[in-house]
Design a protein around this ligand. Sequence first.
Ligand code: HEC
Ligand code: HEC
Length: 241
Amino acid sequence: MLVAIAFAVAAGLGGFFIGRATKSTKTVAAAATTPASTTVDPHVAAGAHDFVNFACAQCHGLDGKGHVSNFVPALKAFSTLTAAQLSDIINHGRGESANPTHPYMPVWGQVISSTQVNDLVAYIHAGLPKVPTATPVDVPSGQGAAVEGQALYTLYGCVNCHGPNGLGGVPNPQSPDKTIPPLSGADFFKQFNTDAKIIDVIKSGSVIGKAPIVSMPHWGGIIPADRLNALVAYIKTLKTG
Ligand code: HEC
Ligand code: HEC
């Protein structure tokens, strides 16, 4: 019996070291194929990272290639828009309806700085090229819904509007509350006291006014049902009082 356990432990350790060895070989190989001289225009690079961080990629597809939702256009074809036109669309959206039934271009002007908008425009005008490390965060699986939801909160850019840990406080000066609401605290959990209510508002969005007022984007058709559940599981781990 003891011998069998010792054998199993040894086999496990062996597997562990083989796993590590394979991993480090891969890393070395990848580094060797990336020429040290590769540089990316800093504005294009910043724009590529912004495109991921503000979840443009989650609606318009990686590298703006589309295929996420029939309601969201791919972006390459639009790089003929002037810088002024692109900035205006990013800052003000495209005029959302009072009761959105499908995704619309969010209003970003209060959330994204003019420097970041200029970088996004540089990236779009450069044809949305691949930029090393400008890739969406990994979403862990098999570690529970709340862990998955925490990654999704970053992946879908919720964090940019609702703050780290759902603390809120991002200015939205022309809205009634003057800030984008927190997703934590007694008031939030009193109003959103069931999973269904939280999921409903994420799916439908909530238009509180015209640009420059920032509203809650419509994520129905963008975020799959299991991921909506994971986002709720994460939100319910945040401060309740
Ligand atoms: C919630 C989904 C969503 C997100 C996130 C999003 N967009 Fe959009 N975007 C849309 C939709 C939908 C349209 C089509 C116009 C409309 O219906 O409002 C659009 C339109 C656009 C257009 C104009 C294309 C056209 O002519 O209609 C540009 C440019 C654009 N988005 C850039 C961005 C950038 C840059 C970001 C990130 C800062 C971003 N989008 C984030 C949904 C999204
Ligand atoms: C562009 C900014 C923006 C982004 C990105 C965004 N939200 Fe919102 N969200 C808002 C605003 C503004 C409201 C307030 C709407 C209202 O008052 O009707 C809101 C409201 C909500 C509410 C209801 C809270 C309340 O008190 O009204 C929930 C829940 C929510 N968002 C979850 C999310 C999740 C989850 C994500 C990511 C998938 C997300 N939001 C992404 C701006 C944003």
